[in-house]
Design a protein around this ligand. Structure first.
Ligand code: ADP
Ligand code: MG
Length: 207
């Protein structure tokens, strides 16, 4: 893990999010207020703008600075939640661990902080339905040596988590105002989070 790799991944995330812009916008129009794609694209742009300043710095510093930038510039529930994920991931960085163990422990810490921040858990039709199963799977696979194998597995788990939101009734966030009517739609935050995780996994699988 280093600053350059983090920004490369961010570029890949940007490409995938931009490609699925209309779809994400539509999902949030159906069960939210339609601004989710705007919030995500703003966050990615603000983060990428930090590249020149942060290149060469330690990965925890990079994640923390990006998280703080997202916290102060991106609106919506998702801005605060993604910022919480990044800032708390940075706290667990330990350069002595293998990449696999490091990512697993950092991600778990970040997701736990998101759960607290959003007062939400699995099954509430949010991005946590992607993040929680992914953090559990990362822990399970952290002894595995083959990173491509891990990436393929994580991609699958993220996709299943995203798809699981379709049949759920939202109990957190704006979509919860719709109650039963939130059923039958994929959660926009789950979709954007899954696309981001998929972009990172694909980068690992291809290299
Ligand atoms: P807002 O809902 O404030 O308009 P966004 O549209 O940017 O913010 O993000 C909406 C997404 O945020 C939802 O699709 C959901 O995944 C996520 N979300 C909303 N509230 C929570 C919460 N309390 N915990 C976890 N995720 C949440
Ligand atoms: Mg919204």
């Amino acid at each position: 893990m280093n600053a350059e790799k983090i920004f490369n991944n961010l570029n890949q995330i940007k490409l995938s999010i931009d490609e699925h812009q209309r779809e994400i916008e539509k999902l949030d129009q159906e069960i939210g207020d339609g601004d989710h794609i705007f919030n995500i694209q703003r966050g990615i742009k603000e983060s990428l703008d930090l590249k020149d300043k942060l290149i060469g710095q330690d990965p925890d510093q990079v994640l923390k600075e990006i998280g703080m930038k997202v916290m102060t510039t991106v609106g919506g529930s998702s801005g605060a939640l993604f910022a919480t994920l990044l800032i708390n991931m940075s706290k667990k960085y330990n350069s002595e661990l293998t990449n696999q163990k490091n990512i697993a422990s950092m991600f778990t810490e970040g997701v736990e902080a998101m759960k607290k921040r959003g007062k939400a858990d699995l099954g509430e039709k949010t991005m946590l339905d992607v993040f929680i199963p992914v953090s559990i799977e990362l822990q399970k696979l952290s002894d595995h040596e083959d990173v491509k194998y891990i990436a393929k597995k994580i991609k699958e788990v993220a996709k299943n988590g995203m798809l699981s939101t379709e049949d759920l009734i939202a109990t957190k966030g704006r979509a919860s105002y719709l109650g039963e009517r939130s059923k039958g739609h994929i959660d926009p935050g789950a979709r954007s989070s899954q696309l981001a995780i998929e972009a990172i996994c694909n980068t690992i699988i291809k290299t």
